[in-house]
Ligand binder design. Structure first.
Ligand code: NDP
Length: 326
């Protein structure tokens, strides 16, 4: 088996020398255990901040994968079945089944299993719960989303459109602007080339925003708050603009907008609604089958390319979900 390990904690933006590829010998699976072979692996923004709190140098990089059971001494996971597991960056894993989820029975043959890491997995569910549970969007409302061309953002925009909202997205390239327009976003701008975020946000929705799905933090957040409508709602999902900062940002944020606009802001983690995942995935699968939800992927081939795929995702190489095909 091969693993990618954290050689040393990241300082600022990750670099190749922070990772180490190792070859390991795995034991035979014991009673209750299975041997998994990775088919698709995920690289996600959370790995960057979590590496600091959950990992020490030498640990295998954390992360989810879609894996196939190739040996089994656990009747719950027979040979040949596919699972999603938090196995980390490994080609092969011995597992006692803890934390493994079988791909839902309703999964159609013609839907790629890699989507279980993206639009029909954790990022897709994040989009759904952020919109339905946190923001409780209503038809006719205007929804703002940043990192809009990514795994979460593309699904946020499409579901908000499905539910009759007007959607404004912010992205980091003109190609991403075009792609999101194809998906039906109402207004999309490139935050890297606009002369002022404030002006771009005003132009995209002169009346302001009812709902804001926040993935970025920093300057974008500061520019967006004053553009909210009265009683606007904000779902704080992520803060990718700050994940590689050496010093934590402390503001100042325009918090007077919070007061005068009487805004409501809530941070959330997707796992809060874990008990709804199966039912939610079935609903989202239906949208995929009906062509109402498109789950674009940015696929990198080769386990050896995982660090490059991870760093590429952090700097915006991906449109849709960044995944690695072993
Ligand atoms: P993406 O697929 O969106 O990939 C990350 C994207 O972030 C890049 O493609 C890049 O796109 C953008 N980005 C990078 N740096 C910056 C920057 N400085 N300013 C603005 N955008 C930047 O990742 P995900 O969809 O998986 O995650 C999106 C957000 O959601 C992240 O903040 C993540 O941490 C959060 N998240 C939170 C969860 C929760 O439970 N709360 C669960 C899952 C994700 P671009 O070219 O547009 O810059």
């Amino acid at each position: 088996a091969k693993t990618w390990n954290l050689k040393q904690h990241f300082e600022g933006f990750p670099k190749n020398s922070d990772f180490e590829l190792r070859q390991v010998q795995l034991p035979e699976p014991q009673n209750g255990e299975v041997l998994l072979e990775a088919v698709f692996l995920s690289v996600d923004p959370y790995m960057r901040p979590y590496s600091r709190v959950q990992m020490k140098p030498g640990d295998v990089m954390i992360g989810a994968q879609v894996a196939k059971v190739i040996q089994s001494k656990n009747p719950a996971f027979p040979v040949g079945c596919h699972v999603v597991g938090q196995c980390g960056w490994r080609t092969h894993t011995i597992s006692d089944g803890t934390g493994l989820t079988r791909i839902i029975a309703a999964w159609p043959q013609d839907v790629p299993l890699s989507l279980a890491l993206g639009g029909l997995g954790m990022p897709g569910l994040t989009a759904l719960y952020g919109l339905e549970e946190v923001l409780t969007i209503k038809p006719g409302e205007t929804v703002l989303v940043n990192a809009a061309a990514g795994a979460v953002g593309t699904v946020v925009g499409q579901i908000a459109k499905l539910k009759g909202c007007k959607v404004v997205g912010s992205v980091g390239s003109d190609a991403k602007v075009s792609y999101l327009k194809e998906l039906g976003f109402d207004h999309v701008f490139n935050y890297k080339t606009v002369s002022s975020l404030e002006e771009a946000l005003k132009k995209a929705s002169p009346d302001g925003y009812d709902c804001y799905f926040e993935n970025v933090g920093g300057d974008f957040f500061s520019a967006a708050l004053p553009q909210m409508k009265m009683f606007g709602r904000i779902a704080v999902c992520g803060g990718i603009s700050q994940y590689n900062d050496k010093e934590p940002q402390t503001g100042p944020y325009p918090h007077m907008s919070m007061i005068f606009k009487q805004l409501k802001m809530e941070g959330f983690l997707v796992r809060r609604w874990e008990n709804k995942n199966e039912e939610s995935l079935i609903r989202m699968l239906t949208w995929v089958k009906q062509g109402k939800l498109k789950c674009k992927e940015h696929v990198t081939t080769g386990f050896e390319n995982m660090p490059a795929a991870f760093m590429g995702m952090l700097q915006g190489d991906n449109t849709g979900k960044a995944v690695i095909k072993v």
